[in-house]
Structures are given as structure tokens and as C-alpha cells.
Design a protein. Structure first.
Ligand SMILES: Cc1ncc(C[n+]2csc(CCOP(=O)(O)OP(=O)(O)O)c2C)c(N)n1
Ligand code: SF4
Lengths: 270, 383
């Protein structure tokens, strides 16, 4: 069996996640991906904002920076810019990345700075007890939408693509092998690489939306995620209510820290 | 009607009774219940207000500024990091002279992360120009909200209520619930003299040259000056109607007290219990709770503390390099009026429990230390 313990800070256990939370599945997929790429622990830095998802770095035994709500990306931009050789991994939630930190999200993608961003999308503010987030689907209930949400959600992955990210994928914790593969591809990619990972929050989201049982949320992921190849073959009606998963964008674009280095060389001479 | 409710919900009921028209907020522990109940009340029609979900505290206060400038009674609630993120907009509300009411749940600032109480968040906003009122009970919290709107709307200054995290925000107490119908005479609908109006256009937030800026700042300070009397007068009027009055400060057994403990927030209740116990032992001790911090109640502080032989100030906050904040303020208020010793004690940061035993230790120290080595003393720090 894979030995996770070499990457885990057991002293921070027990973890804060609820039974049935998907965040631990992502943590393990990430560890396997890091291990599979032979990334040295000293060269990896994990930066997170605030939320249940953002607790992840607390449990990983690499260099970690647990920052303020919404600001993981600017902190990470600072780290990467100061030391472009470091592998910088950002862990953020849907609220963290697209609500309070939404501005940073589009600008980091636009710059195409070489960060690997894992956006745990559970459609809700988990940590604060289930308020609407910018990804809460229309009609779903939240503590701040007791009679159903009327706001349309963001397409988080689409947002990153249009802002300029060079690699964008969507994965889910039910199809965990694919999730690991997407993370690995994102880590390998030179440029802003986003993996949006759909993950169940039975406590704050499921309970209010007739899916209190974590198995139900897992079944929802199993039944409603469609790999990109298959998606192409579906009619608009068949796509209704389904979520496309897999690699959504993979392009070659100038990367920010490399461009910066080139500029300095050009202006100051070699 | 009486109900057993948590401190956070006392805020919500106060807002309901005040018939606020716009509520905008972003969630943060330990404030979330305030706005969750309000969003529910907005949706089910218990309050005729619009609830704006926003993407950060900065936007929450910006939405309140907009709503207030358009002539609506606006409310928000936050805590700690959220209040800090709001800072720019807090200044904006003051400069635009908008009577917004905010409830801040005192929570320690990170890093390291803490969700427990201390006062550094609200006190770091002391120079912004918001009236600041520190509440001690759920009843007082609810009752203070309509008073806060009344004061704010007369002064054209925003008002911040401050509640200790958990010790007040999450503690259940019996509260006599105010209904909007009975509050309406006390707090009539908001009718601003100046608002954004298509028929009579005004502008908020214009450029002021050096010829005018200072005068506008002077007027804010003038309003703060008027706030002292107005808070008392409004409190009295509320008391006459509802039978509950809260002043700028709350002195307890101070008349013949040789030592007076100055405190604020929920610690004040524990302090009074300790005072009673010490009085039984024949010790002449009293306490002064600071309810209103901005504007600072200079007169009351001078009058009450002036007759004591020693003053001990309890601070659940620290101004690094400059002592506890209440300590600094009390000391400067007494300057030139009396030369009794004033000693400061820092305690309870990040939610560390301030028990009767801790307070007894502080009181004994304050009485027995004839020549305190320093004027700033840390209580209970593990070395
Ligand atoms: C400035 C600021 N505002 C609000 C909060 C409170 N807060 C903590 S986590 C969170 C939302 C988390 O939601 P999300 O990012 O989706 O992560 P999840 O917990 O669902 O994983 C909020 C609002 C905060 N810590 N700081
Ligand atoms: S609240 Fe939701 S996201 Fe947070 S740990 Fe529990 S299940 Fe996971």
C-alpha cells in the first residue's frame, strides 16, 4: 500500500474534516501525484487561503503557508516570483478563490504565472457553516438562501480559461484516479494550471439539499460527471444538468516568471 | 415577549425592531448567526429589508455606504479579519457622514489563527470616527441597536456595537424582544436631509482642496463631541419607554471605593461578582465599566475615578509598544485632574478565560503593589 505517512504531519491530527467530506480524498490524490513526479519536499511550497479546503497544507509535511481568506494567490505569486525554482501549489475553496479572492484569481490566470492551483469546489462556504458561494447552483439552499439561491453560479474553470490560464482541468473525488492524473498534469505544466475538483460537503451543503448522506453526494458525482470525449457526443438536451470533467484547456503561452527574466536580461544585458 | 436567544440573535432582533431597509454582509465566525437569521427574516417577510449577499466585507460596507447614501437605513455585521478588510470603507462611511450601524464580534487577529475573543480588531479602528459601544448582555445588545440608529441618524455618524466572541455572541440569555411597532415612535423611519435623489441631485465623496478638508474633519469631531450628550439623552428616552437604560459608563460600588477596576465587555459581569466578594471581606473596591469608548467619556471617567486612591485598568487588547488601549485612554483622561496611580493589566487575549480567580489576582495585585515596577502587567502569561 502507498505510504502516505512520509508526507503527512501527523502531529496536526486529528484533522478538522467531517466524516464524508471529500477534502481528504484530494489530499491523498495530491500526495500520490507529488510522489509520482519525484518532487522533492524542500522544493515544494503549498499556499492556501481560509476554509475547510485551505486546511490541507496543515497536514502536508512540505513548506506551507496558510494565509488569509481569498489571498492565497497573491501570497503564492510573491513566493514564485521571489524563487521561481520552487514548485508552488495553491489550495483554495470556491469561496476563497472566486468570492473574496475573485480579483486575484483572474489576474493570476491572466499573468499565466506558473502556479498549480487546486480549487476544491463544494458549492458552498463549508467552514462558516453553509452560506451561498459564487458556485452555489441556482435554486439550491444555503443558510443565506433558505428559500433557494437566485444568483447564477460562476463557471470557475471557464473563468480561468478566458482569463488566460494555460492549463485548466476539472476533476471530482469520485473518479479519484482521474483526479490524481489531472493534478499530476497540472504540476507538470509550465504556466497557470488550475484543477477544479468537485468535492462533497455533506455537512454544510448536502444537509440542506437532500443529500445529507455522503454516499448520495458521491453518487451524484458518479452519475453527473461526463468526461470531455463523451461530452462532445452529447446533444444539448443530454448535457443539461451534467458536468464536464477532464482537461478543458491545455495551451502553450508565455509564462510570467520566464518573461520577467527575459525582460531583465534584455534590459540589463546577460 | 420574552425569548431565550444567543447574543448574535439579539443583534438580529434589534435590527428587525429598527426596521433597517438594507442588510449586507459576508460570513465570518463568530458573526454568522447574526446575518443568517436576518437573511431568513428578510426572506420570510418578518422584516421589510433587502438582503445583499456580497463577495467580501469590503463590498458589504461599500453596499451599506451606497444604500445609506440612497436614503436607506443600512446594517452590517462582521468580526476580526472582516473588520480589517472593511477598513477603507469604514473611513468612507465616516467621511460621507452616513449613519450606518455595524455589529462587530470581537475576535482575535491572525496569524496565528484564532476565533476567540479579544478587542484588538475593534480597537484598531479607534481613530476612524465610528461611535463605539461595548455591550455586556444580550438584552443590552438588542436594546442598543435602535438607539444606535437613532444616534447615528441625528449625528450623521456611523455607530459600531461591539460584542465579545462566544462569551456574548454564542451565550443564550432571556431577552425581552422588541417589536417594530413599539419602537417606531422612538425611532421613526430614516429621513435624511441629503441623499442621492434624481430630483435634487447631491454628490457624496467629492474632492476637497486644502481650503476645505480640515473644516470637514472639524465637523466630524464636533459631531463626536455632541455624541456624548446625545447617547445619554437617547438612553434616557429609551429607558422611559422600555424601562432599561444604559449610560456611557457603568460605575459599580465606586462611591467610597479606594481601588477601582476599569473594564469593558463581558469581563465586567465577572468583575462585579469579584467586587461583591471583596466588599464582603471589607475591602473598599469598585468597578467602572466603559460602555462607550468613542467618543471617550472624559467627564464621567474623571468624576468617578477622581475620588479613588488607585485605578487598575483591565485590557483585553494590546497596543504593541504602547500599553493596553483602555489604559492609555484612561490615563490621558486623568492627566491634570488627579495624580493617583493608574496601573494597566493585559489579560484574556485570544479568548484566554478571565475567571473570578484571575480577576481576584489582579485586584489583589492592584491593591498591594505599592510601587508597581511597571505600569503594564501581563496576567497569566506562560513563560
Ligand atoms: C476576511 C475574512 N472574511 C471572512 C472569513 C470567514 N471565512 C472563513 S472560511 C470562509 C468561506 C470558506 O468557503 P470556501 O472558500 O468555499 O471553502 P470551504 O470551507 O468550503 O472549503 C469564510 C467566509 C475570513 N476568515 N476572513
Ligand atoms: S463542513 Fe463541509 S467542507 Fe467543511 S469539513 Fe465538513 S464536510 Fe468538509
Amino acid at each position: 500500500m502507498f505510504n502516505y505517512l512520509k508526507f503527512i504531519r501527523t502531529r496536526n491530527f486529528p484533522h478538522i474534516w467531517c466524516p464524508g467530506c471529500g477534502d481528504g480524498i484530494i489530499l491523498k490524490a495530491l500526495i500520490r501525484a507529488i510522489d509520482g513526479l519525484d518532487i522533492s519536499r524542500d522544493e515544494a511550497v503549498m499556499v492556501s487561503g481560509i476554509g475547510c479546503s485551505s486546511r490541507t497544507p496543515g497536514y502536508v509535511d512540505i513548506n506551507t503557508l496558510h494565509t488569509t481568506h481569498g489571498r492565497a494567490l497573491p501570497f503564492a505569486t510573491g513566493v514564485k516570483h521571489a524563487s521561481p525554482d520552487l514548485n508552488v501549489i495553491v489550495v483554495t475553496g470556491d469561496g476563497d478563490a472566486t468570492a473574496i479572492g475573485g480579483n486575484h484569481y483572474i489576474h493570476a490566470a491572466r499573468r499565466n504565472i506558473n502556479l498549480t492551483v487546486l480549487l476544491y469546489n463544494n458549492y458552498i462556504y463549508g467552514m462558516t457553516g453553509g452560506q451561498c458561494s459564487p458556485t452555489t447552483p441556482r435554486g439550491d439552499r444555503a443558510s443565506t438562501a433558505p428559500y433557494g439561491n437566485i444568483e447564477p453560479p460562476f463557471n470557475t474553470a471557464g473563468l480561468a480559461i478566458s482569463a488566460g490560464a494555460s492549463f485548466v482541468a476539472r476533476a471530482d473525488v469520485y473518479n479519484v484516479k482521474r483526479c490524481e492524473k489531472m493534478i499530476r498534469q497540472a504540476l507538470e505544466k509550465d504556466g497557470f494550471s488550475l484543477v477544479e475538483i468537485l468535492t462533497p460537503c455533506p455537512t454544510a451543503y448536502g444537509r440542506r439539499n437532500r443529500m445529507a448522506n455522503p454516499v448520495k453526494l458521491m453518487e451524484w458525482l458518479r452519475d453527473n460527471t461526463v468526461p470531455v470525449q463523451k461530452w462532445e457526443k452529447l446533444s444539448p438536451e443530454e448535457r443539461e444538468g451534467k458536468v464536464r470533467v477532464g482537461v478543458l484547456a491545455d495551451t502553450e503561452k508565455p509564462e510570467f516568471t520566464a518573461e520577467y527574466r527575459k525582460l531583465i536580461e534584455r534590459v540589463q544585458g546577460e | 415577549m420574552k425569548k431565550t436567544i444567543m447574543g448574535n440573535h439579539a443583534v438580529s432582533y434589534g435590527v428587525r425592531a429598527s426596521e433597517a431597509k438594507v442588510i449586507s454582509a459576508y460570513p465570518i465566525t463568530p458573526q454568522t448567526h447574526v446575518v443568517e437569521l436576518l437573511s431568513e427574516m428578510c426572506a420570510n417577510g418578518e422584516i421589510d429589508a433587502k438582503f445583499i449577499k456580497v463577495e467580501s466585507e469590503h463590498s458589504a460596507m461599500a453596499a451599506c455606504v451606497g444604500a445609506s447614501a440612497a436614503g436607506s437605513r443600512a446594517f452590517t455585521a462582521t468580526s476580526s479579519q472582516g473588520l480589517l478588510l472593511m477598513t477603507e470603507m469604514l473611513h468612507w462611511a465616516v467621511g460621507s457622514r452616513l449613519p450606518i450601524v455595524l455589529a462587530n464580534i470581537n475576535r482575535a487577529i491572525g496569524p496565528p489563527w484564532s476565533i476567540w475573543t479579544d478587542q484588538n480588531d475593534s480597537l484598531s479602528m479607534r481613530d476612524v470616527g465610528w461611535v463605539q459601544i461595548y455591550c455586556e448582555s444580550n438584552q443590552e445588545t438588542q436594546d442598543t441597536i435602535p438607539q444606535a440608529f437613532k444616534i447615528a441618524e441625528q449625528l450623521q455618524l456611523p455607530v459600531m456595537l461591539v460584542l465579545d466572541a462566544f462569551f456574548l455572541s454564542h451565550t443564550y440569555e432571556i431577552v425581552d424582544i422588541l417589536e417594530a411597532e413599539e419602537v417606531r415612535d422612538f425611532l421613526p423611519p430614516y429621513k435624511p436631509e441629503i441623499k442621492l435623489d434624481v430630483n435634487e441631485p447631491h454628490s457624496f465623496g467629492n474632492l476637497a482642496s486644502p481650503d476645505y478638508y480640515m473644516e470637514l474633519r472639524y465637523m466630524i469631531e464636533e459631531a463626536m463631541g455632541e455624541a456624548r450628550e446625545l447617547i445619554k439623552k437617547t438612553g434616557k428616552e429609551f429607558g422611559e419607554r422600555f424601562g432599561r437604560e444604559y449610560g456611557l459608563v457603568h460605575p459599580y460600588r465606586c462611591d467610597d471605593a479606594e481601588t477601582i477596576l476599569v473594564c469593558s465587555g463581558t469581563v465586567a459581569s465577572t468583575v462585579r461578582a469579584v467586587i461583591d466578594q471583596m466588599r464582603e471581606e471589607g475591602i473598599k473596591i469598585g468597578s467602572l465599566k466603559m460602555r462607550v469608548f468613542r467618543p471617550f467619556p472624559f467627564e464621567e471617567v474623571r468624576e468617578i475615578l477622581g475620588s479613588a486612591k488607585k485605578v487598575a485598568v483591565l485590557d483585553r487588547n494590546i497596543s504593541f509598544g504602547g500599553h493596553g488601549i483602555f489604559f492609555q485612554e484612561v490615563k490621558s483622561a486623568l492627566y491634570g485632574f488627579t495624580d493617583i496611580p493608574v496601573v494597566g493589566y493585559i489579560l484574556g487575549l485570544g479568548g484566554r478565560d478571565v475567571t473570578p480567580e484571575v480577576l481576584r489576582e489582579v485586584a489583589d495585585k492592584a491593591i498591594n503593589d505599592k510601587n508597581p515596577e511597571t505600569y503594564i502587567n501581563w496576567i497569566g502569561v506562560k513563560k
